[in-house]
Design a protein around this ligand. Structure first.
Ligand code: KIV
Length: 286
């Protein structure tokens, strides 16, 4: 199907980077909805409900049990990006550039971002950083790679920041983050994730920029919201940041299911003959 052919009836149109870039609430848009996904199964479950899927490097903590995101590799991001692309049809899909894959130079960033785009087939990449990453963002965008920026609390800088604390409480820090916001927008980022800032700053950034802000622990005023899927589903329970709302207790549900299964097997209640092949069914309607 060419990009000029409308999708067949019943198949919603794919959401593109320009669709996201145009999505400012000040222009009357409802907030953008974004969630993370790391697998084909999750992407398929989210497909009808979100505008943007982020294959976040949070997968290092959520799936692999690392203490932070710093150990995540390009190969992991590509493998999980490919899995997500097998499940996602409608949302815009963005893949995180992991720590060490883009900070050294714009050229290095281009080589690694091009690998992600070519090998995953996603819509764009996300990278963390403000003023210091503006040159790199501009370099990528001018060469055809859409960039979602990420400012405020930047998990890849956890050691410099001394932990996962909220940002912008002091006027000087708030000013620096506002400058970061302007720098990434001027460099050509199509949208920016604003993480863990005090609320008035998230609001101020949203009002100041012409590109959409996607908040996580930032402000209800942001042009969109993103959370980690495993957080809202109650699957990742190591800790619960203040900005997470849990909609399900899936972790408890899985634990309960495993317990019931173990009890059934140990008591000889599972499997029964109905779970076996080559057994006549008891009634013709079974
Ligand atoms: O890695 C990630 O999942 C993220 C989001 C939480 C914004 O960067």
């Amino acid at each position: 199907m060419s990009i000029h052919t409308p999708p067949p009836p019943g198949i919603p149109r794919k959401i593109t980077v320009p669709d996201i870039a145009a999505h400012k609430r000040a222009h009357g848009a409802v907030p953008l909805v974004a969630l993370t996904a790391y697998t084909a199964l999750t992407a398929k479950l989210l497909d009808d409900h979100v505008d943007l899927i982020l294959v976040g490097d949070s997968l290092g903590m959520v799936l692999y049990g690392f203490e932070d995101t710093l150990s995540v590799t390009l190969e992991m991001m590509i493998a999980h990006g490919q899995a997500v692309m097998r499940g996602a049809r409608r949302p815009c899909v963005i893949v995180d550039m992991p720590f060490g894959s883009y900070q050294e130079s714009p050229q290095m960033a281009f080589r690694n971002a091009a690998r992600i785009i070519k090998e995953v087939g996603c819509d764009g990449v996300k990278l963390e950083g403000g003023v210091e990453m503006a040159e790199t963002i501009s370099y990528l965008v001018k060469r055809g790679i859409p960039v979602l920026a990420h400012i405020g609390l930047m998990p890849q800088s956890v050691h410099i920041a001394g932990g996962f604390r909220s940002r912008g409480r002091e006027a000087a820090e708030a000013e620096t983050i506002l400058q970061d916001a302007h720098a990434v927008a001027d460099a050509g980022a199509f949208a920016v994730v604003v993480e863990g800032t005090v609320e008035p700053l998230g609001r101020r950034i949203t009002e100041a920029l012409s590109i959409p802000t996607i908040g996580i622990g930032a402000s209800p005023a942001c042009d969109g919201q993103i959370l980690v899927m495993e957080d809202i589903a109650g699957l990742f329970t190591d800790f619960k940041p203040r900005f997470v709302k849990r909609y399900l207790e899936l972790g408890k549900g899985i634990g309960d299911a495993a317990k019931a299964y173990a009890e059934d097997v140990r008591a000889g209640r599972f499997p029964t003959l109905e779970h076996c092949f080559g057994i006549e069914k008891s009634t013709p309607h079974d």
